[in-house]
Design a protein. Sequence first.
Lengths: 126, 135
Amino acid sequence: MKTLQVVETAYRATVEEQDDTIVWLTHAMVGAGGQFGMLLTGNAVCYAVREQRASPLTIGEWQQSHAAELSADVAALVAKGVSLYAVEEDLEERGIRDARLIDSLTVIPRAELPRLLEEYPRIWKW
Amino acid sequence: MMSALTFAIMDAPFENARTVTAFRLMQAALQAGHDVNVFAYEGAVGLAFARQAAHPNAVHGRDVVAENHPLPRVWIAELLQWAKKNGRKLDWVNCGLCVDERGMGEAIEGVRRGSPADFWKMSVESANTLVIPTR
């Protein structure tokens, strides 16, 4: 059964977790045989921008080995067969509609969301 | 000696970017020459929980060593160590009742149990207090 992951909360504990927890969860469930689509809304549309980079954190002498690579993690979902969407108006509001976005991202106007949602029997909003 | 700064934090580990921001501010304050007091309230008492454990990450394709998963208890230990080595004072106080509610009595060495009275005292004795509440 196809499930649409609607991701709105972004950059929540991504330094501590070294990823986005819902993107990670989706990877894990795809690995378990799940079929998913992912719709980026709100601040999560920023995950589609390819050039973003988080510097590794240093606290005292502890150094982070792997800072989160969020756009790469999302792009890796596409490579695993997950259909990826972002709400056009949310990209425009943030001034990143014309940024270099992940390949295979489908930008969808808010007015077309009902059609997209109809394609998925299950919709989980995060 | 510069004056002390007090931080009150509330967020549990692995839940919010505010945690990292708080740690970066504490580190910056210590490096700028301030002593630092921390009152960890509610979920933030989990930051010092001694049983936090790193794990491998199959999704990332890394074993436990390569993943080097961030652990806030390690960050606290690092700040305590840095402060000691550089002649600063870091006083990290966990709210005792919050600890009891959560069964998180095992804190790392250098973290002490306290109460809102400690927070009040630290605040009065500090140049300023920054509250970073949960939302």
